[in-house]
Design a protein around this ligand. Structure first.
Ligand SMILES: Nc1nc2c(ncn2[C@@H]2O[C@H](COP(=O)(O)OP(=O)(O)OP(=O)(O)O)[C@@H](O)[C@H]2O)c(=O)[nH]1
Ligand SMILES: [Mg+2]
Length: 429
């Protein structure tokens, strides 16, 4: 049977064997390796790869030359020969030397989880910002893996299909890649400035912003579509959404907010990708309220929620008001439903249930409406009066001797932020 190689034209479908190495370190800290592997299968399929088989190895530490043990390399060779695989995808990150050794010995295209994710992103990028960010992440990933490669750079970074950084670029030397990285960063700076201007405009317009965040495939885009009739891309695959999309959502009582769909998160989101996508991800920082969408039917639900919180923390958005939407409850087993936390700030929904959509709008309305409070401000504290006008909605003003009593609607976030100045003036009934 013919075994295709990394140099073969890419119209031939990638047929892959997945490989995972469970080290002591992973056992101690990592996510369940089997669940991670399930996710790798999904990632591979999302990238259009046919998964033929899975190989597992338990080993204290990775082999510095081959990553997996030499015996396992032979097993991989036999499996690849037997099944007609042209690619091996590793669930853990490989060094440049390991990729090279495996490729040369096995005559297979060797890809790791990070590269697979970068590849999917490359296939998804549509906007100028997205395209720049992905290429920057790919080249940043590639650069440290080029050392000692000599002239033959094309072997690395081919990626799945044609979506790698491109052969022509890879054949240039490191200096060239560094130059390209500098150029991409410059272009990105420009895009970031434009995005910042947009944000500034929205801020000035006083738009209240709500962000849908969550693990990839949780149903964020589905919710945006269901809530606002937005025409967005929805697919049962990982990273369907790359660029943030915003739509106006009307709340109970007619108030309008801007609802934004964002790129999904995943465990071990490649560092280079997070760094490059910072500008996009920071949309979340603009939000007044975060809707954390969770696939309640996933066996990885808890781990996924933790990963999302960690990434929110990294972005500096962890302390924002958050509502957790446990989505896809139509797919949950009764015992899965029972295990979901309840209480304020949690809602169990199915994106396809119109009643649930109404409940989502109600909970957003409640959360953003805030409480009304009375403030008694002495006549000589014009600074506090103007602060109230700036951060709240003054509903009523009454005068009592030298004081002004303001009845103000103030949301929690703003009260937390300005409480240190305002608390002394709250008028107790
Ligand atoms: N059964 C069921 N399926 C749902 C529900 N919500 C979303 N889905 C499906 O879940 C899949 C993923 O939905 P998306 O809206 O693309 O998910 P996403 O969070 O935007 O994913 P990424 O953009 O990849 O991060 C699609 O096949 C949806 O039809 C739900 O409540 N019930
Ligand atoms: Mg999406």
């Amino acid at each position: 049977m013919a075994i295709t190689t990394h140099d073969t034209e890419t119209d031939i479908q990638d047929r892959a064997i997945l490989v995972t190495l469970v080290t002591d370190k992973i056992k101690r800290i990592g996510i369940d390796p089997e669940l991670s592997l399930q996710e790798l299968v999904q990632l591979a399929e999302t990238a259009g790869v046919e998964v033929l088989d899975v190989l597992r190895q338990n080993k204290e530490t990775p082999d510095s030359k081959w990553f997996i043990g030499k015996g396992k390399v032979e097993e991989l060779r036999m499996a690849a020969d037997g099944l007609g695989a042209n690619t091996a995808i590793f669930d853990q990150e490989l060094s440049g030397a390991q990729v090279r050794n495996l490729e040369e010995s096995l005559d297979l295209k060797i890809i790791d989880r990070t590269q697979l994710i970068l590849d999917i992103f490359a296939g998804r990028a549509k906007t100028r910002e997205g395209i720049i960010q992905v290429e920057l992440a790919q080249l940043s990933y590639l650069l440290p893996r080029l050392s000692g490669q000599g002239k033959n750079l094309s072997r690395l970074g081919g990626g799945i299909g044609t979506r790698g950084p491109g052969e022509s670029k890879l054949e240039t030397d490191r200096r060239h890649i560094r130059g390209r990285i500098t150029e991409l960063k410059r272009q990105l700076d420009e895009v970031v400035k434009t995005r910042e201007l947009h944000r500034e405009r929205r801020r000035k317009a006083g738009a209240v912003q709500v962000a849908l965040v969550g693990y990839t495939n949780a149903g964020k885009s589905t919710l945006l579509k269901q809530l606002t009739d937005a025409d967005v891309y929805i697919e049962n695959q990982l990273f369907a959404t790359l660029d943030p999309t915003s739509r106006v959502l009307q709340l109970t009582g007619g108030k309008e907010v801007v609802l934004t769909d964002t790129v999904g998160f995943i465990q071990n989101l490649p560092h280079d990708l997070v760094a490059s996508f910072r500008a996009t991800l920071e949309e979340v920082n603009e939000a007044n309220l975060v809707l954390h969408v969770v696939d309640a039917s996933s066996p990885m639900r808890e781990e996924q929620m933790e990963i999302v919180q960690t990434i929110l923390q990294d972005l500096g958005a962890a302390s924002k008001p958050q509502i957790v939407l446990f989505n896809k409850i139509d797919l949950c087993e009764p015992e899965q439903l029972e295990m979901l936390p309840t209480g304020t700030g949690f809602l169990k929904i199915s994106a396809f249930n119109p009643e649930d959509l109404t409940r989502i709008i109600d909970i957003i309305s409640d959360e953003l409406a805030g409480d009304t409070l009375n403030f008694r401000i002495p006549g000589d504290r014009g600074d506090i009066s103007s602060l109230l006008y700036r951060v709240g909605e003054v509903l009523e003003t009454t005068y009592d001797e030298n004081d002004v009593i303001y009845n103000v609607r103030l949301n929690k976030e703003d009260y937390d932020k300005w409480g240190y100045m305002l608390a002394d003036f709250v008028d107790q009934p």
